[in-house]
Design a protein around this ligand. Structure first.
Ligand code: CIR
Length: 343
């Protein structure tokens, strides 16, 4: 671990944590420890090692958000742009609306995911191996009991020579070791031990275990039926939360290791090919911003856009409900398709 001192961030760093961590705040927080032994030093590792971090801080457990609240709160306010005086309310129920691209002319695939962490365990960047295994066992026993169209199988990554793993990898259903930001935070410790993926028989539902968060619950398909996709995910979340105690806070909503994911912890997005808008970046950006959407590279965060295929997803996660995110995405996509057709 890089030892911390106040002048620990390189001059090149433009991270939010560098912006908000004054010398006074640093001295106030540097000796604090959560019940699981998480410290400011560990929280800052990724931001110190990677000067190009946008945020630069991770929480090691649910209590980190209270223990180190004086640095998490300004970062949350800045990133999420919300008023933290209000409670964050959750609204997950079945929805019904027309798909934004019924003929499938533009949208190549759609995906909705939420992150969940389980009460009583440290987060993925701070969890001991024995605990990772205990968590895996607890979650897999619940996932294995799912029925109907959620019924599926679990593939542990430790047996990566298995034909089951190889097939899933070929189908791009597995996840890889985390990037250098996650690595420096501690998320890759002991990889691939305790990691794995649960996938429904029809492959629409996937649950990643022990990745950046304890669970990433994902619903994905090649059509643009956003309502169907959201409803499918909703069913899975509602079933799982009957059996698993997910960590939730009144103000911050569902808690995640990265403060960018708190709140709904939901990212709903599509891969959409916009040949004409791709040449009109300002228009593309003003429509997406106007609908609280963000554009990422074709292969995800911090990657480039290939063949005018944009990854477009919600930018708001805290202070907005799950249902409002999916309906907002639908409206934004309709506006983008409309603009593309008019060009
Ligand atoms: C950064 O500070 O740039 C990285 N820690 C990643 C921040 C975004 N986090 C995320 O998507 N989970």
């Amino acid at each position: 671990m890089v030892p911390v001192s106040f002048d620990l961030f390189s001059d090149a760093s433009t991270s939010l944590v560098k912006q908000y961590l004054s010398a006074e705040l640093f001295n106030q927080l540097k000796d604090k420890v959560t019940a699981t032994g998480f410290t400011l030093e560990k929280a800052l590792q990724s931001g110190i090692i990677n000067p190009d971090s946008a945020i630069g801080i991770y929480a090691g457990d649910a209590q980190s958000y209270q223990c180190f609240s004086s640095i998490f709160i300004p970062i949350i306010l800045h990133y999420h742009g919300v008023n933290l005086g209000k409670k964050h309310s959750t609204d997950i129920h079945l929805v019904d609306f027309q798909p934004p691209d019924p003929e499938g002319k533009y949208i190549r695939s759609s995906r909705v995911r939420v992150a969940r962490n389980i009460s009583g365990f440290s987060f993925s960047n701070h969890i001991a191996l024995a605990e990772r295994y205990r968590l895996e066992k607890q979650v897999v026993s619940v996932l294995s009991a799912l029925g109907g169209d959620l019924k599926g199988s679990y593939c542990p990554f430790e047996h990566c020579e298995s034909s089951q793993f190889k097939l899933l990898k070929q189908q791009q259903l597995t996840f890889e070791k985390g990037d250098r930001f996650q690595d420096a935070a501690g998320i890759n410790a002991d990889f691939p031990k305790g990691r794995g993926i649960f996938y429904s028989d029809d492959r629409r539902l996937r649950v990643w275990l022990n990745e950046e968060d304890h669970l990433r619950i994902i619903s994905q398909e090649t059509s643009a039926d956003l309502a169907g996709l959201f409803n499918h995910l909703t069913k899975a979340i509602l079933e799982l939360e009957k059996k698993l105690p997910f960590v939730r806070d009144e103000r911050f909503g569902y808690l995640s290791s990265c403060p960018t994911n708190i709140g709904t912890s939901m990212r709903a997005g599509v891969h959409i090919q916009l040949e004409k808008l791709g040449q009109r970046k300002e228009l593309l950006s003003s429509i997406t911003k106007g609908h609280d959407l963000q554009i990422r590279g074709t292969q995800g965060e911090k990657t480039r856009v290939e063949n005018n295929v944009f990854d477009i997803s919600n930018s708001r996660r805290l202070g907005i409900s799950e249902v409002d995110i999916i309906t907002g995405l639908n409206e934004g996509l309709k506006a983008l398709i409309d603009a593309e057709e008019k060009l």
